[in-house]
Design a protein around this ligand. Structure first.
Ligand SMILES: [Zn+2]
Ligand SMILES: [Zn+2]
Length: 123
């Protein structure tokens, strides 16, 4: 899908999606990944929709279709974003660049596993 980039405030495919991605929690969760009421987010920079993974991190699983109305969502521009940074010779970890704080996981790449720390009493 090409055309005008979608902003955070839309236009999104349906009212349910709009309500989700513009959701602002009033219970003291400034970041949607910390809020159990936030289900789906949108990253304008990447033109990417994703389902938040509420595991204490800041990951989501990118989605290709709207869960409510079934509309096909735009192709993620994430790869293009990083390709552009590489072409310009910019460091993708440069703090001067805008950050999304979002890491993407796929089912094939579930991300780092949490390690259980076991304390052994060695006395
Ligand atoms: Zn929709
Ligand atoms: Zn909340």
């Amino acid at each position: 899908m090409t055309g005008t980039p979608i902003g955070l405030s839309g236009p999104h495919c349906c009212a349910a999606m709009h309500d989700q991605v513009t959701f602002v929690c009033e219970d003291g969760h400034p970041d949607p990944e910390d809020c159990p009421d936030a289900l789906v987010g949108f990253a304008p920079k990447f033109q990417e929709y994703g389902i938040w993974i509420h595991d204490g991190g800041s990951s989501w699983i990118a989605i290709a279709y709207c869960p409510w109305c079934g509309t096909q969502l735009p192709d993620s521009a994430r790869d293009r974003w990083f390709d552009t940074l590489d072409r310009l010779g910019l460091d993708r970890d440069d703090d001067a660049l805008p950050r999304t704080g979002i890491r993407r996981r796929t089912m094939a790449d579930p991300g780092p596993r949490r390690r259980l720390t076991v304390h052994v009493d060695s006395r």
